[in-house]
Design a protein around this ligand. Structure first.
Ligand code: ARG
Length: 579
């Protein structure tokens, strides 16, 4: 509600600026507070006092003009001027209750996308297949998945693209190893890390092996059938490891979403040719480059995007240009979101610019790099195992489940083993995912098992538990969440506060979709859970004074339950009915 009021005030300010009442170029922080005394309205703003001086008016005069310029809004029943020039807003509780009723009656919870539905390509996960997935791939996978779910819920047509690194010189070494020691290699493939190390060891100790590896890269690139067979075998194994991680994480990615770098191989010469035809190419030291004046190095010289090496090989950027063209011309995307490490920001800015100049993407196509920060260890340094190795994602998930198991067992010693296992799995995996999703996307964060598994604070266990509390109300009652008749009446302050927040679900989801920021949904659900427990404490549900009040409170609880459940599912978490 505060946000909506801020928005209304902003519109009034814009109008007064256009009319010349306010000077242009003001961008004040609009403050909206809860009032203490509800007879003076529900929310108040001091904006007229803040801007009276630049407007050359008395605060109350400006307040009057602001009220006249405020757009109509069904959520606001009236606005009054108070004291030296406060604007007091009265919430229209009947309209609010009606909105909640509409949400309860709708499987979409009355959430609609602001603006037209789009076709959106989501570039996510995209690990390099030469190695095992490690914790660095967690963020791209789960943030991308959560945003994909939100967009689909809002009605966008979502296409997931797992742009895996399945091509490049490191494959020569791996193929040489597969070829040299087929039997050992087959068993080592079960652990790609080990396989990679074994191949690397041979590469470093034998010049002959290294030569063979280089030769195999050339043959692979030339399309040699035997090389392609070995390469395919390796990729199949590596992709099946990835798929196991996705399934374990409950991420909606399947083999059908894989469109790896190798898929664009045949397009790469054409990309270079097209750039040449547009007059965008410059040769530099034998390499083919596009120089972009707006990107400069430390010496102030334009930076190049290199699309072909002196030896003829193509690069990461060349493949990304081909992928952009495909996403525009074949997939007809309106919007493409790249969930890739923040450290690749410059790569994407430059590649997007080259794609636009070359006409590889249609004019209206939005290209957005949704960068993310690094996941660090509890010591604030890059996440490593005790002996300094990279942490495999699968090991991390094992530990999370194990710790969740001990915690849940301690809390509920009476649960039987299979239920305990199931709850521990959901809590453990959700905790890891939620800890990541709830952080601002672009900041680095510290991975900490104790914090993420705590039942207090903005954590998965807290939210999962909050949902089970709502579910238990209906269990006790012996009725389904959809079986409550009656009407929502908003009377108590705690009911109003919960109701106002419930009504913002759609606004929050639209923000998540626009900015690619799942943490906004996390904060919202955390808030909602807190408001529900305050409501639950102050407004007896099953012990309400009269049947109408009981039904109204049950309906509020039902909508809270549905909103929490839907929200958790959109984050890719698995709500539990009891824990
Ligand atoms: N494989 C790359 C990496 O691990 C990420 C690819 C991201 N997507 C893209 N279209 N470049 O760094």
């Amino acid at each position: 509600m505060k946000d909506s009021i801020r928005h209304l005030i902003q519109q009034a300010l814009d109008r007064l600026t256009a009319d010349g009442v306010l000077p242009a170029g003001l961008s004040p922080t609009i403050q909206v507070e809860n009032t203490k005394d509800k007879s003076h309205g529900d929310f108040a703003s001091n904006i007229a006092m803040m801007l009276a001086k630049p407007a050359g008016l008395k605060p109350r005069e400006l307040a009057e003009k602001l009220i006249a310029a405020l757009p109509q809004d069904a959520q606001v029943s009236k606005v009054e001027i108070a004291g030296p020039g406060f604007l007091n807003f009265f919430q229209n509780t009947a309209a609010l209750a009606e909105r909640l009723e509409a949400a309860l009656a709708d499987s979409q919870l009355a959430v609609r996308k602001v603006g037209a539905a789009q076709r959106v390509v989501i570039d996510l996960s995209s690990p390099n297949l030469a190695k095992e997935m490690h914790v660095g791939h967690l963020r791209s996978t789960i943030i991308g998945d959560a945003v994909a779910r939100v967009l689909a819920f809002l009605g966008d047509d979502v296409i997931r693209q797992n742009h895996v690194g399945d091509w490049g010189t490191q494959f020569g070494m791996l193929l040489a190893y597969l070829e040299e020691q087929p039997a050992a290699a087959e068993s080592e493939l079960a652990d790609l890390e080990q396989f990679y190390r074994a191949a690397k060891k041979r590469f470093d100790e034998s010049a002959e092996f290294a030569d063979r590896a280089r030769e195999l890269v050339v043959r692979l690139q030339a399309g040699d059938a035997e090389c392609l067979r070995l390469w395919q075998r390796f990729n199949d194994v590596s992709l099946s490891h990835c798929q196991a991680v996705y399934d374990r994480l409950g991420v909606s990615l399947s083999p059908a979403d894989v469109k790896g770098e190798s898929a664009y191989n045949a397009e790469l010469p054409g990309i270079v040719e097209a750039l040449r035809a547009k007059g965008l190419l410059t040769e530099d030291d034998g390499a083919q480059c596009v120089f972009l004046d707006e990107f400069k190095n430390a010496e102030g010289n334009p930076l190049p995007v290199i699309v072909q090496k002196a030896g003829g090989g193509y690069l990461y950027a060349t493949t990304d240009l081909a992928a952009m063209r495909y996403r525009s011309q074949v997939l007809h995307a309106d919007r493409v979101l790249y969930f890739v490490d923040q450290r690749q920001a410059l790569h994407f800015q430059m590649a997007f610019e080259v794609a636009r100049r070359a006409g590889f993407v249609h004019d209206g196509m939005q290209l957005e790099h949704m960068g993310f920060g690094t996941m660090n260890g509890a010591d604030g340094r890059p996440f490593k195992t005790r002996d300094g190795g990279t942490v495999k994602l699968i090991d991390l998930l094992d530990e999370a489940e194990q710790r969740a198991y001990s915690l849940v067992k301690e809390k509920n010693p009476e649960l039987d083993e299979s239920e305990l296992r199931q709850i521990a799995r959901a809590v453990g995996i959700s905790a890891v995912k939620y800890a990541d999703l709830s952080k601002h996307r672009t900041s680095d964060y510290r991975f900490n098992f104790e914090l993420m598994l705590s039942f207090e604070g903005n954590t998965a266990p807290y939210l999962l538990y909050a949902y089970t509390r709502v579910a238990s109300v209906f269990r006790k009652l012996g009725k389904g969440i959809d079986e409550i008749a009656g009407h929502i009446r908003l009377e108590a302050e705690q009911e109003l506060a919960l109701a106002a927040r419930l009504a913002q679900f759609g606004e929050v989801l639209n923000n998540v979709a626009a900015k690619g920021e799942p943490h906004q949904l996390c904060s919202y659900l955390y808030d909602l859970a807190g408001l529900f427990s305050i409501f639950y404490e102050h407004c007896p549900i099953l012990g309400a004074d009269e049947p109408e009040q009981k039904d109204s409170r049950l309906r509020l609880a039902a909508l809270t339950g549905k909103t929490l459940k839907q929200g958790l599912e959109l984050l890719g978490l698995e709500p539990l009915e009891r824990m």
